[in-house]
Design a protein around this ligand. Structure first.
Ligand code: PEP
Ligand code: MG
Length: 538
């Protein structure tokens, strides 16, 4: 039995086979192939598909960001045709009978190294282009034979997982997550909490030779046991039975009010990322949806989701919640949530970059499509709209005027919508928290995003696991900001809630209720635990 320790981000247990998510180049396996000619054909098909993708990207970039910026895709097409690169891959497949993925990955490493060692700065920069085209090829090659298809319920292991990777996984086949890196508020961690499955991060690299082996993931202690012995399996079964018993006890809180012993009512909502999570929110008796991360609709799509596509999803959630509040946050793309078809520019500091409302207020066409879909869906339930990453009053003014414009359009077209739809903002930057007294009169509610508020207040990149020792999620600076925000909301007769991960921390939840928070929105799996806690508060 091998024991590997990391940091737990969700307390639960599971047992199953290990699946190494093969995105990481290091896990690309060398496979001996029987027919090099067929393998070369497979590679050539992937190369043709890559070129088609790149041509489409070029056209789109040309329209959106102009010739200069679009040029990079032409360069990539040329690189795919490069005799040396192409020749090195095909002769490797031919002479060594290796699979195309391995040949591409190996050649990419050599070429990238050569470029990096050149004197010329322009040539040095080509290293990342080689990696980029090689990743594209590997992805296409892998898709064609479903290298990453999770065939049975498994514990997923990866270096780290981006939101777009996690959204593409078949959720029914995921028992738990293990990542070599990662952080408490990374989206893998958030997904694990939504799905109610164990997740352990920061384990350091684990050898892919364990792929397919049986393992137990203990999200309580943050330990992965590979090839567990009989004793460990017995212990697992006993604890799993206890965990199930605890869930049954918590289930008794369903239907009970979320209020303190003194009778203070708190709205206890759930965070979701797609209509698929609705079942989990309802099962756990959430009183509403406090944060629907709408960007996941974009992450799941191959191109910008149309107004009708979005409308259908928002309507499904609104109707599914049967009149209970559904707060949809407009898309928060950027930072760690990058999407190819957005063609976002490369940034040195993406978390401090072109993200969320900044994209929406720049590219208003994307924003207006989403607003129209949301307003149309508001006729079918109790939808509120919330805007992320606010830093100034002027952003709120611009948003409100765009919302008014869409309302006028719908009115003219005779399309029904909720006239008095609630508009709120996320308070997740120190700037917004500090000027919350000025923002409060302009909006209907605040929802405090502690994940980003922590990142920006403590200057700790939420994606950087090396900074974990410096992250104090209950730092007095953050608690003071939260208290100020709640007070400022109340002074202006508005409500304030908390939708960041900290709302599910039971002692923090108690502190927030004592500060006067009107709402807490947590991952579905935490709803009943938080209700239990609130009902114990005097
Ligand atoms: C937050 O920042 O706390 C939040 C809820 O938003 P996200 O985690 O999606 O950035
Ligand atoms: Mg945020």
């Amino acid at each position: 039995m091998i024991e590997i320790n990391g940091k737990s981000v969700y307390n639960s247990l599971c047992m199953g086979k290990l699946h190494f998510y093969g995105r990481d180049k290091k896990t690309i396996k060398r496979v001996k192939i029987e027919n090099p000619r067929e393998e070369i054909l497979r590679f050539q098909n992937a190369r043709a598909a890559a070129k088609t993708e790149l041509r489409e990207l070029y056209e789109k970039a040309l329209r959106q960001v102009g010739e200069d910026n679009a040029q990079i895709f032409q360069i990539h097409i040329m690189m795919l045709d490069d005799e040396d690169y192409f020749g090195a891959i095909t002769s490797m497949i031919n002479n060594m009978s290796v699979n195309a993925e391995y040949a591409v990955s190996y050649t990419s490493d050599i070429f990238a190294k050569n470029f990096r060692e050149m004197d010329d700065e322009y040539m040095q920069a080509r290293a990342s282009d080689v990696c980029d085209i090689s990743d594209r090829l590997i992805k296409l090659l892998s898709d064609s034979k479903d290298a990453d298809e999770i065939t049975e319920p498994s514990i997923i292991i990866a270096g780290d997982l981006t939101p777009s990777e996690t959204v593409q996984m078949d959720k029914d086949k995921i028992l738990g997550f293990v990542t070599f890196q990662g952080s408490q508020t990374s989206h893998t961690a958030i997904l694990a909490r939504t799905m109610n499955i164990p997740a352990v991060i920061n384990t350091g690299e684990i050898s892919a030779e364990h792929h397919g082996k049986m393992a137990i993931l203990d999200g309580f202690s943050g330990t992965l046991y590979i090839d567990p012995d009989e004793l460990k399996i017995e212990d697992y079964k006993r604890r799993k039975a206890l965990e199930d018993e605890r869930s049954t006890l918590l289930a008794e809180l369903k239907g009970k009010p979320t209020e303190t012993r003194s009778g203070k009512k708190v709205n206890l909502y759930a965070n979701i990322g797609s209509p698929r999570d609705l079942a989990s929110a309802l099962q756990n008796d959430a009183e509403g949806i406090g944060l629907f991360r709408s960007e996941f609709l974009y992450l799941e799509a191959k191109d910008f989701p149309s107004e009708d596509e979005q409308f259908a999803k928002y309507k499904e959630v609104a109707e599914g919640m049967c009149g209970k509040k559904v707060i949809v946050r407009t898309m928060d793309i950027g930072a760690d949530k990058k999407i190819g078809y957005f063609n976002l520019p490369h940034e040195e500091n993406p978390a401090l970059g072109y993200r969320a409302i900044r994209i929406c207020l720049t590219d208003t066409k994307i924003f207006k499509t989403q607003l129209r879909a949301l307003l149309r869906a508001s006729a079918f339930g109790n939808i509120s709209i919330m805007f992320p990453m606010i830093t100034s009053l002027c952003e709120v003014t611009q948003i409100k005027s765009l919302v008014e414009e869409i309302k006028r359009e719908l009115q003219q077209d005779g399309i029904p919508f909720k006239k008095d739809i609630e508009l709120g903002i996320m308070i997740e930057t120190p700037a917004a928290a500090i000027i919350s007294d000025l923002l409060a009169p302009e909006v209907d509610f605040f929802s405090i995003g502690t994940n980003d508020l922590t990142q920006y207040t403590l200057a700790v990149d939420r994606q950087n696991s090396a900074l974990e020792p410096f992250v104090d999620v209950k730092h007095p600076a953050i608690l003071r900001l939260i208290e100020t925000v709640i007070q400022n909301a109340h002074k202006h007769g508005k409500w304030a809630g908390i939708c960041g991960e900290l709302a599910a921390d039971l002692s923090a939840a108690e502190a927030f209720v004592n500060m006067g928070a009107d709402e807490l929105s947590v991952s579905p799996a935490f709803v009943l635990k938080v209700r239990e806690k609130i009902r114990e508060i005097d």
